[in-house]
Design a protein around this ligand. Structure first.
Ligand SMILES: [Fe+2]
Length: 471
């Protein structure tokens, strides 16, 4: 792919800084300069960027960030402001030269920034608006009506403000979680697999738009994984073979204003520092703002599949605020991507601050199958191996069947262990996360009372480990 082809894959936000052309991480007070009002992607000159603007058809909508993106940052936080270039996704991934170059650009952006920004298609933009409206409608319902949306077998449904616990502290987000919606006759539900059960939808007005949006993001997630495979130079199917019947799920989120929390008499927080547990997290946010991330750093390596990374670096310096940009999704990486790539791509620590207004957001998790037993990828990066540039090791234990909080691991200053031998069972990792986040939920109590946790080590729940790579 030539330079022009790559540039047309990158939708350029207006009024971005130039210079290195990187997805800039500037301070809130940084005065952005520009050439013809456009950012320049890595490796391209101002001249090329000008030509691209003339040649690239503009969409009917256009991401226009605020003059100073830092103005939406929640009060009370100290952070630099991330100014991200926006990548445009292809309609289909075919393995073209352009796909391969885009995959490499995405991987490089994640390794540098920990987050990428992709343009929504016109259809996704419509679906996001519908989902946002359904979310507002749901969260406006009386508490009792929302609180009735729980299920004792799945973690789908309503999570009240203050119910979620991150690192022992209540988060004030209000959430509707959507996991795989399985009815009571479904064999895995009948067999009482942990976390498997129906989604307790409040009504069809919630179910239909959320389902449509999730399906669209499922397609996007698969495309992204295919591009990542190209970017990593691993065999096609190395990642996507794990997402057959993927345990994809969604968090529909509402954050109260910082001074009007849940009435417990103290100022709350949004969501504390943590990493997410799977492969990709594709998020949309409204115009209010509240997301903070940490960039990858050799000095900060977490292994959340072995020991909880929740709460780490919460009050440290080094956070970047991600301002809302209309018409875009952001994508961060989860624990299993880090494990599979031997720390070449790392899970992105993030947290959410409460702002002066209520805020609505949507996080879609593109995940391996619940039954998947993941092993680190072989090869990659032109035959040099993925672990070679980030000094991963292959010693120590994995948490494939034990509680993830009981294993030992380095949390900083050295690379976490990546065991080749046992692998990580995704279903166990997911279950551990939800037990830890919702210790008092009816689902956790039933799971424990019926000893469902022990099923996680049975062969029937580990059927994805032996699947061959797709041709
Ligand atoms: Fe998260």
């Amino acid at each position: 792919m030539n330079a022009m082809e790559l540039i047309t894959r990158i939708r350029l936000p207006l009024s971005r800084a130039v210079g290195t052309g990187r997805a800039r991480m500037g301070t809130a007070t940084h005065a952005a300069s520009s050439v013809a009002g456009m950012a320049i992607p890595p490796g391209f000159s101002a001249k090329e960027a000008k030509l691209t603007r003339l040649d690239t058809p503009q969409p009917p909508w256009r991401p226009v960030p605020a003059a100073d993106p830092g103005t939406t940052m929640p009060p009370g936080f100290k952070a630099q402001v991330a100014q991200l270039i926006t990548f445009e996704m292809p309609e289909r991934v075919t393995g073209s030269t352009g796909d391969r170059a885009l995959g490499k650009a995405l991987v490089n952006a994640w390794r540098r920034d920990g987050i990428i920004q992709i343009a929504m298609s016109a259809e996704q933009r419509r679906l996001w608006e519908e989902a946002k409206a359904a979310s507002r409608r749901f969260f406006r319902k009386p508490h009792a009506e929302k609180a009735a949306c729980v299920d004792s077998q799945s973690y789908s449904g309503y999570i009240a403000s203050g119910e979620e616990v991150t690192d022992g502290i209540a988060d004030y987000s209000e959430i509707f979680t959507i996991t795989k919606d399985l009815d009571m006759a479904e064999p895995r539900v009948r067999a009482k697999w942990p976390c498997h059960g129906p989604c307790p939808w409040p009504d069809v007005e919630m179910k239909e738009p959320m389902t449509r949006y999730n399906e669209s993001l499922g397609t996007e997630g698969e495309k992204l994984l295919q591009l990542v495979e190209f970017g990593l130079e691993v065999a096609p199917g190395s990642l996507t073979r794990h997402t057959r019947d993927g345990w994809h799920h969604t968090r529909v989120l509402r954050f109260p204003p910082r001074n009007a929390t849940n009435g417990k008499g103290k100022e709350g927080r949004g969501i504390g520092s943590h990493t997410d547990y799977g492969l990709l997290v594709i998020s949309a946010q409204d115009e209010v703002g509240g997301l903070f991330i940490r960039r990858p750093s050799q000095d900060e390596k977490f292994a959340n599949w072995e020991r909880s990374a929740a709460g780490l670096k919460e009050d440290d310096d080094g956070w970047f605020y991600v301002p809302p940009v209309a018409g875009t999704h952001t994508v961060i990486l989860g624990d299993m991507m880090q494990y599979l790539t031997r720390n070449y791509l790392t899970a992105t620590p993030h947290k959410v601050g409460l702002n002066t207004r209520e805020r609505f957001a949507f996080a879609y998790f593109h995940e391996p199958s619940f039954q998947a037993v993941l092993k680190p990828l072989e090869g990659g990066c032109g035959g040099n191996g993925l672990g070679s540039s980030s000094s991963s090791s292959s010693s120590s234990s994995s948490s494939s069947s034990s509680s993830s909080s009981s294993s030992s691991s380095s949390s900083s200053s050295s690379s976490p262990s990546v065991s080749d031998t046992e692998g990580v069972h995704y279903g166990t990792h997911f279950t551990n996360m939800f037990i830890r986040n919702y210790p008092d939920r009816i689902t956790t109590r039933r799971l424990m009372a019926e000893n469902r946790y022990s099923l996680l080590s049975s062969p029937e729940l580990r059927t994805m480990g032996a699947l061959p790579a797709l041709p």
